[in-house]
Each structure stands twice: as C-alpha cells, then as structure tokens.
Design a protein. Structure first.
Length: 117
C-alpha cells in the first residue's frame, strides 16, 4: 500500500504560502524543526495537539479546506479523534478539558493493554 502523504504536501504548501521556513514554523508552533520536516515527508503522523499548534502557527483552523481532520492520518486513537470531532462545536475551554481527559484515558488504556499481554 502506497504512503498517502497528502497532509504533508498540504502542510508544505501552506507553510510556503505563509513564507515560512520549516525552522520558523517549528518555532511558531513550539515543535522541533525535524518534526515539521518528517510531517511534510510523511514519515511522522501528527497528534491532534501538534495539529492544533501547527494550524495556529499558520493562522488556519481545522475546518480549512483540504486539511480537515477527517482527511489527516494522525498518531492518536481513532476513538479519541472521533470524540474530538464531536466536540468541535464546543468552546475552546471545553475542548481543552475533554482533550486532557481523553489523553489521560488513552494512556490508562494503553497501560492496561500492556499489562494484559
């Protein structure tokens, strides 16, 4: 199966439109420059938190055409992502609360799975 790197290509496209280098975008988003490079190449999948930081740094939002969350393969549990999509109508404070809660639940589930094996 071929690696569909649509997100990486669009990220690079939007970064260049904004006149940003990978280093500058990484600085604005609060992530490592190599992480931006690996996202653009399709080597890494972003987490929802990373997506939010990058979107904010690019002055985009999750609903911007072509980079909707449903079209991005992320490195988070699918249930977690679906929950965040449902909460998209909530205000920022509610989303942050649920995001933290869901991340904690995901970590707990991962720990439980590793002990069951």
């Amino acid at each position: 199966m071929a690696n569909d790197n649509t997100f990486g290509k669009k990220l690079k496209h939007y970064r260049k439109i904004k006149g940003l280098t990978q280093e500058k975008l990484a600085e604005l988003a609060g992530v490592n420059e190599k992480h931006i490079s690996k996202l653009e190449l399709g080597t890494y999948k972003p987490t929802y938190a990373t997506l939010e930081k990058i979107y904010k740094a690019l002055d985009l939002n999750i609903e911007d055409e072509g980079i909707e969350l449903k079209n991005v393969s992320v490195n988070d549990n699918p249930f977690y992502i679906k929950s965040l999509q449902i909460l998209s109508s909530a205000d920022e404070q509610e989303i942050e609360f649920y995001y933290t809660l869901l991340k904690t639940a995901q970590k707990g589930a991962d720990i439980f799975k590793s002990k069951v094996k």
